[in-house]
Design a protein around this ligand. Structure first.
Ligand SMILES: Nc1ncnc2c1ncn2[C@@H]1O[C@H](COP(=O)(O)OP(=O)(O)OP(=O)(O)O)[C@@H](O)[C@H]1O
Length: 897
């Protein structure tokens, strides 16, 4: 096997891009055209064929996750193997700058042990400044976010505080921001912090002043170039100083970070600033089916200013892209859940849950889906939700470590000083803060002085002996921690602070999950730190600082990979960038959501939708709801104007099944086999209520009428028989525990019927009906016929009604208990039926669906059934997943929709 065999995996245009000798190469590539494959091949080619040293290559990715993926790919033996990959410098602009600054802090006026402030920390600092500068009362500007965003924007444009102040010297409304900006920079320096955005400003300045720092670098590659902003472009220019070779890869149609100053115009700008430019267009998508490419194209083409670019594919055309409509947000989520189950079941083993993604414009929209998936028993993971490292207990432990490294950080000290509770009150904390500011020393030194460990003026504030001894203990604790900084540091902190006991006392109810999170942190930290210690790339970096830096720069790096396995992904559109799934639902495609009502660039929103749609390989659905709740109000919604063309051409409420031929096409596209027919168990569930033997028989008849095979219907039997086994009116006292036990019963008490047995039952039932009808005229008071009569309809004559009325007098209106049992059963069965294709509801549930529960002539208003049950049933009926069945006297069992 030759070292360059990986190039055989590339088509011609990809090969040309990967092996280009151009001084400056721009690769303009449509979604799914294999940018990642080309970039990794190019890096490997540069090292193997061009004999570049791995450490002479810098590859810049948009996220830490992308950097990690790139490293993983390069690590494969077919490309570079792990040794050479480790020597490459791969990371985001932030992390590349951070590494440089960490190496030369003195060039930037920083101390070596500086910490990186994440946005939360920055907001904390700004909040304090707002109070110090007495801006809290200034209308409209008292929110830390307002200042933070403005400062961040300025930095992304490459402005430091001086340039920002010069630029706005004549705007009175910017004076507060200028003052906050100045104070913030000062405070960051005092606390020995560099924030997220200033990393890049400092990094650029360092590179401009000391271009020699990049002397060992020969080639710089930048991924997702369409999203680079001004400061990043300036960093690239500074890094490339001295005519280093540069490769940029990107797609102007996927530019979705304009709000962070990302600008695809940087492609054009390069023509002024770089020489020897060669542009290669990769316009064939390997990812998506023809109909997906076409549908996505119709969205992005609405931008009149867009250059005409084509995106093609040789893949199969595939199923048309569907636009799904629901009455409201919850209905939409239910509909998606059902469709996932259906597609998975119909796919002959081709799609599993982790092949599905639901993408939404904003975070709050994920909630309905989480809930619907939980009810439908669909495993899911929300990407971009609360991050692991943002959980309170994880932050506590990290806080200790951060403070031990950086005792200048009073904010961290404040957070941990009473975790666990040490009885150090607010007044003492404020006093300590004041002393730090006045004396220009850190809090450790202040504590040493006031507790008499080092000489200094006595405290001008009364400190009780108890507080003094707490502070002394704290001092010892920090010293202990500092002396034991190694891979086991987190376990040591936990021991020294008796953190487990603290969690147990303070959070009795959530103790277990919190403690699990702590356990996860310990595992990750030790793996991460020991990995870092063995890496050749940054031998000069302290591995624990490396770990803290990874936490600050990109917590997603530390998220367990396992979480994605076997689960449907729910993500924002922004977070879906660079990823792909066989089946994608882009949800809440509504005007005001996408395009979002509060954005400057509508066209950027169309590109965002385009990004989401092009994540799909085989199946794509766009859904919207006609109404949505907003601040407790029902708001009328309209489909996104971006979908107009799609709705006109392809949209349809009717979801057609995926036929075998289509599945075979998808199987080829995904390079996965279909399971043999026999291996696919098509199952159906029938929920019957009341679930007497009689109704179970009725269910069997339903199966028979539906011509479902016994093999298919194993679960029907289970569900019907697993319901309440007796007349429910006598089972009201069943506890939930008992119901659970019944529902959990592993074996069905009713044996699986054969076709013959179904027919026999059917005949017997008809015969019984005839007899029963005869008996009804003379006597009518046994409980089994009560159940039977419960399902009768209007056709009953008045005499019978009279009699039944009497009987049903004993039966009060459907009681809350019964409703609860009913609800539990339905939800449980629907959950259990998660893997089934259809859910049929027979018997009284059928009646419920008919808008009234009619028992022996007494109408029980539908409204009395609890809302959830009603909604659940309605949604099932709407989707056609449930078929209403009714039994007419002396008629064959019929099924009505
Ligand atoms: N030459 C090829 N032959 C077959 N499949 C390919 C080829 N190149 C790439 N692919 C496949 O196409 C899919 C898309 O590739 P990749 O993720 O690299 O696209 P991309 O250009 O980065 O897309 P996006 O910009 O949308 O993130 C992947 O599944 C990849 O394996």
């Amino acid at each position: 096997m030759g070292e360059l065999d990986f190039l055989n995996q590339l088509v011609e245009i990809q090969y040309n891009a990967a092996t280009s000798n151009s001084e400056t190469l721009q690769i303009l590539a449509v979604p799914g055209s294999g940018k990642t494959r080309v970039l990794t091949s190019r890096i490997a080619w540069l090292i193997i064929a061009n004999e570049l040293e791995p450490r002479s290559i810098v590859a810049v990715t948009f996220t830490n996750k992308a950097a990690k993926e790139m490293k993983e790919r390069l690590c494969s033996e077919a490309l570079l193997g792990s040794k050479r990959t480790e020597e490459l410098m791969i990371g985001t602009f932030h992390s590349v700058c951070s590494r440089l600054i960490r190496k030369y802090p003195h060039y930037c006026g920083l101390k070596g042990n500086f910490m990186i402030a994440n946005p939360e920390k920055s907001r904390d600092i700004i909040n304090k400044i707002i109070y110090t500068l007495r801006l809290a009362k200034v209308e409209g500007s008292n929110k830390p976010d307002v200042y933070f965003n403005e400062i961040s924007k300025a930095r992304n444009k490459g402005l430091d505080v001086k340039k920002y102040a010069d630029l706005h010297s004549s705007s009175p409304n910017k004076q507060n921001t200028i003052n906050v900006f100045r104070a913030y920079e000062k405070e960051l320096l005092r606390l020995n912090y560099v924030d997220f955005d200033s990393l890049m400003v400092i990094g650029r300045d360092l590179l401009v002043r000391h271009p020699e720092l990049m002397n060992g670098t020969e080639h710089i590659l930048v991924d997702e170039f369409q999203d680079t902003n001004t400061i990043q472009y300036q960093i690239l220019k500074a890094m490339a100083y001295g005519r280093k070779k540069v490769t940029v890869v990107g797609d102007p149609d996927q530019s979705v970070f304009g709000w962070r100053d990302g600008d695809p115009a940087n492609f054009a700008k390069m023509h002024d600033d770089f020489s020897g430019i060669n542009v290669i267009h990769m316009s064939i998508s390997f990812r998506s089916s023809g109909s997906i490419i076409e549908a996505a194209g119709s969205v992005v083409r609405i931008d009149p200013s867009r250059d005409s670019r084509s995106c093609r594919t040789d893949n199969l055309v595939g199923m048309p892209v569907k636009v799904l409509v629901a009455d409201d947000g919850e209905g939409e989520a239910d509909m998606v859940a059902r469709q996932i189950i259906r597609v998975r079941d119909e796919s002959k083993g081709l799609f599993d849950y982790n092949d599905f993604a639901v993408l939404v414009r904003t975070n709050y929209l994920t909630r309905n889906f989480e809930q619907a998936f939980m009810l439908a028993n669909i495993p899911c993971v929300v990407v971009g939700g609360p991050q692991f490292v943002e959980r309170a207990e994880v932050k506590d432990i990290l806080g200790y470590l951060i403070f031990c490294f950086n005792p200048e950080d009073f904010l961290s000290f404040e957070k941990i000083v009473n975790v666990p509770n040490r009885g150090i009150n607010d007044a003492t904390i404020q006093y300590l803060r004041g002393r730090c500011l006045e004396d220009g020393i850190n809090v450790i030194d202040v504590i040493k002085m006031i507790t008499g460990r080092t000489p200094g003026p006595p405290p001008r504030f009364y400190l009780s002996t108890k507080v003094k001894s707490s502070l002394t203990e704290l001092l010892y604790l920090f010293e202990d921690i500092k002396q034991q900084l190694d891979t086991k540091i987190f376990s040591i902190i936990l021991d020294l602070t008796d953190y487990r006991e603290y969690l147990r006392k303070e959070f009795a109810e959530s103790f277990v999950s919190r403690w699990e999170n702590v356990g996860e942190l310990v595992t990750y930290a030790s793996v991460y730190i020991s990995e870092l210690s063995t890496r050749a790339i940054s031998p000069d970096q302290d591995p624990i600082i490396g770990f803290l830096e990874a936490v600050a720069l990109g917590p997603e790096q530390l998220e367990p990979n396992e979480v994605m396995k076997g689960k449907v992904t729910i993500s924002t559109l922004h977070n879906s960038k660079g990823l792909e799934w066989p089946c994608v639902f882009v949800a809440a495609c509504e005007e005001g959501v996408i395009p979002h009502s509060r954005v400057d660039s509508k066209m950027e929103e169309s590109r965002l939708l385009y990004v989401g749609m092009t994540r799909a390989k085989c199946l794509l659905y766009c859904s919207y709801a006609r109404t949505r709740m907003g601040w407790s109000n029902v708001i009328r919604k309209y489909p996104s104007s971006f979908l107009t063309d799609l709705i006109r051409r392809e949209g349809s409420k009717i979801i057609t099944p995926i036929d075998v031929e289509m599945l075979e096409g998808y199987s080829k596209l995904l390079k996965r086999p279909l399971l043999e027919n026999d291996a696919v168990e098509e199952s159906h569930a029938i929920l019957s209520y009341p679930a007497t033997q009689e109704y179970s028989q009725m269910s069997l008849c339903t199966q028979s009428s539906l011509s479902l095979s016994t093999q298919q219907n194993k679960s029907i039997i289970q569900h019907t028989s697993a319901m309440i086994p007796e007349d429910p009116f006598s089972t009201l006292e069943l506890s939930f525990h008992e119901i659970e036990m019944i529902l959990d019963a592993p074996d069905s008490p009713i044996p699986s019927p054969t076709h013959d047995s179904v027919n026999t039952l059917l005949e017997k039932r008809l015969q019984d009906d005839a007899e029963e009808s005869h008996e009804e005229n003379s006597s009518y008071n046994n409980s089994s016929s009560r159940s039977s009569s419960n399902s009768n309809n209007n056709d009953n004559n008045n005499n019978n009604n009279q009699k039944r009325l009497k009987i049903s007098d004993d039966i009060p209106k459907i009681s809350p208990e019964l409703t609860t049992i009913l609800k539990e059963c339905i939800i449980r069965c629907v959950k259990e039926a998660g893997n089934t294709r259809h859910v049929f509801v027979v018997g009284h549930m059928g009646s419920i669906v008919k808008n009234e529960l009619k028992k022996d002539g007494i109408y029980i208003p539908y409204e009395d059934i609890c809302v959830e049950v009603k909604e659940l049933l309605e949604s099932l009926v709407d989707s056609g997943d449930m078929i209403y069945t009714r039994h007419k006297k002396n008629e064959k069992y019929t099924i009505a929709e």
